[in-house]
Design a protein around this ligand. Structure first.
Ligand SMILES: [Zn+2]
Length: 421
């Protein structure tokens, strides 16, 4: 059965079975619109409708039209059409089409899986899908060009030969990838991107604003992947500033601000634009970073743009005292559980996360999504990726405890705490 979803000025057609539940429907709509299931309200369905009600019981039939409640499209600007046109011009057609096609595709796949899953399981799958979507952007040629136009490449490259001693020359090739990444991450952290704790007032620039809950995303926010909007009230002029948490990299290149999610998203895209193979890393205990494959080192390397650190994977557990659960890497062609790279206490981590989700189920999901996205690359690339994944598994088995701790791995978190220093 096909139904039509009207969300603001957009129309989406989805295919869903009559036996699906109201909750399944919400999950599919989330995958297409990025509007969280709990925030979805429909004109045609009473708000108190139980989630387990089937579409059959809701008297759905083929061709049914559903209207997402107007509050989600609350941009009450008169020149709305004009504004949308401007936005769409910035946001290339290729990016838009690619994201949309992928979203619909994944949404439909999820619909079928979602039956009989627990809340934890659903939320886990939702996070995986959101991160696959995010990392799909990095392959966009237009985006890569846009990034390269912003990067001070000459500055990054020109200093590369500085301070090079004679005996280091043989290691030149080995060092050059690392140096490029080192200079790029330092430019990104110190010059390009800005940390937001409390958003300064956009009207009078006061920095004394206080958090005032969540706002409702408008069309522009949703177009740039911000289903969450934080609000900050200014004590000086009493006005409210909005902080949409964008997920679309081309938008982040303009705003140049955020927290770890925005940092990792934009920085992963930057390294991809420089030609490196990259992964966006999502840590379920609320942090994100990047992994980059350094060819001359022949391995995946941890990189945290919030902290300006490279290859210091024990930072979180040792330095910050994190109790890790799942740490998963995403690219347009991979979904990999990389938790073991970041812990010396694997048994403890395993026990902790098994209390929330069955480990076998998690591994099956990751394997399934990994094979699915791997299908999007050619045979040659597929071979390389699989070889690297095999080699990586062996690295994970090696004990890390014997390696000396780096200075960065023993220090507390910097990002978000800078003002206190
Ligand atoms: Zn103000």
């Amino acid at each position: 059965m096909r139904i039509v979803i009207l969300a603001g000025c957009k129309e989406y057609e989805i295919s869903i079975s009559l036996d699906s539940t109201f909750e399944d429907l919400k999950a599919v709509i989330f995958s297409i619109t990025s509007i969280q299931p709990e925030e979805q309200k429909f004109e045609e369905i009473p708000e108190e409708t139980p989630l387990e009600t089937t579409l059959k019981d809701l008297n759905f039939s083929d061709g049914k039209t559903l209207t997402l409640n107007d509050t989600f499209c609350s941009t009450k600007v008169d020149d709305f059409t004009e504004k949308m046109e401007q936005i769409i011009q910035q946001f290339t057609q290729t990016e838009q089409l690619k994201l949309l096609t992928r979203k619909i595709q994944i949404g439909l796949e999820t619909k079928t899986q979602n039956q009989n899953l627990s809340q934890f399981q659903k939320s886990f799958i939702r996070t995986i899908i959101a991160n696959i979507e995010k990392s799909n952007q990095y392959e966009d040629r237009y985006l890569q060009e846009k990034i390269l136009s912003k990067l001070p490449i000459e500055k990054i490259m020109e200093n590369e030969n500085e301070n090079k001693k004679e005996n280091e020359k043989e290691n030149e090739k080995e060092k050059s990838d690392y140096l490029i990444i080192k200079k790029t991450i330092s430019w990104f952290k110190n010059e390009f991107f800005h940390w937001v704790s409390n958003l300064p007032c956009e009207f009078c620039k006061s920095t004394k604003t206080t958090r005032e809950g969540m706002g409702v995303p408008n069309q522009e926010d949703l177009l740039f992947g911000a289903s969450r909007v934080e609000l900050f009230r200014c004590p000086d002029c009493n006005r409210v500033s909005r902080f949409p948490r964008y997920n679309v990299v081309s938008k982040l290149l303009e705003t140049q601000r955020g927290r770890c999610g925005e940092y990792a998203n934009a920085f992963t895209a930057v390294l991809r634009a420089l030609g490196f193979d990259v992964r966006y890393i999502h840590d379920w205990t609320d942090h994100c970073w990047t992994e980059v494959f350094i060819p001359s080192w022949n391995r995946w390397v941890h990189c945290d743009p919030c902290e300006n650190i490279i290859d210091a994977p024990r930072t979180y557990e040792k330095g910050w005292g994190k109790k890790l659960k799942w740490v998963v890497g995403f690219s347009s062609s991979e979904v990999v559980d990389v938790t073991k790279r970041y812990t010396e206490k694997w048994e403890e981590v395993l026990q902790r996360r098994s209390q929330e989700l069955n480990e076998e189920w998690v591994q099956n999901q990751i394997t399934k999504f990994n094979s699915e996205v791997l299908e999007t690359v050619n045979q040659e690339q597929k071979k390389i990726i699989l070889l690297r994944q095999e080699k990586e598994k062996l690295e994970f088995v090696d004990s890390k405890e014997s390696l000396p701790l780096k200075h960065e791995e023993t220090r507390d978190r910097i990002s978000g705490n800078e003002k206190k220093n």
